[in-house]
Design a protein around this ligand. Sequence first.
Ligand code: NAD
Ligand code: SER
Length: 314
Amino acid sequence: MKKDKILVIGACGQIGVELTLALRTIYGVENVIAADLREPNQLLQGSGPYISLDVMNKEALWELIVDNGITQVYHLAALLSATGEKNPQFAWNLNMQGLLNVLEIAKKEKLSKIFWPSSIAVFGSTSPKQNCPQQTIIEPTTVYGISKHAGEFWCNYFFMQYGVDVRSLRYPGLISYKSEPGGGTTDYAVEIFHHALKNKYYECFLKEDTYLPMMYMPDAIRATLELMEAPAEKIKVRTSYNISSMSFSPKEISLEIKKHIPDFSITYKPDYRQTIADSWPQSIDDSTARNDWDWKEKYDLATMTNDMLKNLKL
Ligand code: NAD
Ligand code: SER
């Protein structure tokens, strides 16, 4: 069993639940503290320590870290792209100040490693649509994307100026069955499975030909753990790494689901999230992550769909 003591902030969210459970198998149940504003998710209840925390309360966060001998922080609390557009000032405050609180404490307490996720939302409509490279024009148009872009540079700054070992991934849209998504533009790719199984019908909030980069949660969790385990000298990007595994449109995923549920049908009623999706790349070039720390995905659209339906039917 590894020795670190870990804090997961935003542990009750779509990624946090699965990441906390995965970290507990590696570091031991008592050594991974789940923290969130919300009550513990059902899957986390009874699975290990949980502390109610608002990441905006820097003093409380600091005390928690010192009192519990925390050495690593996974900071996941944020407002995502769709909810962020509804309350831009709140999204900016949470996404920026939460990160700065974590980075400042990491510097002062000399924490060994920090993980903070960025997103494909850093890219805007002036970035390449296909195979969007690691380094390119970055002009985000959502408050979420602006906060992620600024956050990437704060991470790089704390690494360069103070030696804080902070690591980051630009996650694509994540698809999971254990926990619900929390207000993103890519959430349709999770909702569609629940509706297909329940009603055999889904009304999609994006147009049928809207291609976006996506990833199955087991790949995202493995990518996170592999990035954090990699020797520091292999981590050459201290803003955030592009990672990728698949790209599909609502029509393509609906056809894949139809192979399992032949009478499933879909209609399209695009809303404000269409503009957000249209500003993002359709696919991502993640060759830098592949070269630096050997990233490789396991799931594609067909294997992900099969696994989602199998698990949601249980
Ligand atoms: P989520 O919305 O499902 O979960 C976020 C969690 O943070 C929630 O449980 C929420 O209660 C908690 N939280 C909110 N404010 C808080 C506060 N002040 N203090 C403590 N906890 C607070 O989000 P997620 O999908 O799990 O995303 C986690 C991170 O990954 C975010 O930074 C997000 O931007 C990033 N990301 C997610 C995706 C995705 O598709 N899910 C893609 C790219 C990047
Ligand atoms: N899945 C996220 C969103 O749609 C991307 O960061 O907001």
